[in-house]
Write a protein that binds this ligand. Sequence first.
Ligand SMILES: [Cu+2]
Length: 237
Amino acid sequence: MKLTSRFLIIPALLAGLQAASAADITGTVTLNGTPPPEQVNTHISNDPICGKLHSEPVKTQFFVVGPKGELKDVVVTLKGAPAKSGGESAAPALVDQTKCEYVPYVMAVQTGQKILVKNSDPVMHNVHPTPKVAGNKEENKAQMAGGADLTFSFANPEKFLKFQCNVHDWMFAYVTVVDSPYFAVTDKDGNFKIANVPAGKYTVEVAHRKAGATTKEVEVKDGGAKVDFTLDAPKPQ
Ligand SMILES: [Cu+2]
């Protein structure tokens, strides 16, 4: 009798442990205050090839906000994240050059993860990542219209590593390199989700290129954790 009940209890305990072992951290990032107005990118419209690819004026996208200040392009990372990067085995991250802009403008990858850069335009670009962290390699590769995809990867963590095109000096993208699989970038509704985080206590950091960064403590338990953030718009100059 004793034996039977023990056999029943142990699987139940194990199932309980598994349920508590990983959950999602979700939340929303909101911009407090009014961001400076975006500027029309006259470089694109003045370019004989790139200008023709757009029917509407192209604006900068420094602050992409929703009706309630929901802030896009915020990089969300975990300090004290439990696992090291599995970047070598992760699916490649994609960056497209389309209509003489990088899409996405802001992204995050793991250390060692491949970044595939496409050229969907009828014009040559050159892809020039300019890392500032030692050990991350600066490269500068031309890519013809219809050319093969280019591949990049970075060994060390770095925030907002800048990619630029020297043919079109308005073309920038920012790639944050993280040494764990636990990160996210907010969508157009300001939402993020870091999936399958092992139970435990963490510091969550949110960072936006123009609105700065802040942190909050969270504890991941059964059912996950929800944590919202507010960043302040820069004061008018
Ligand atoms: Cu270009």
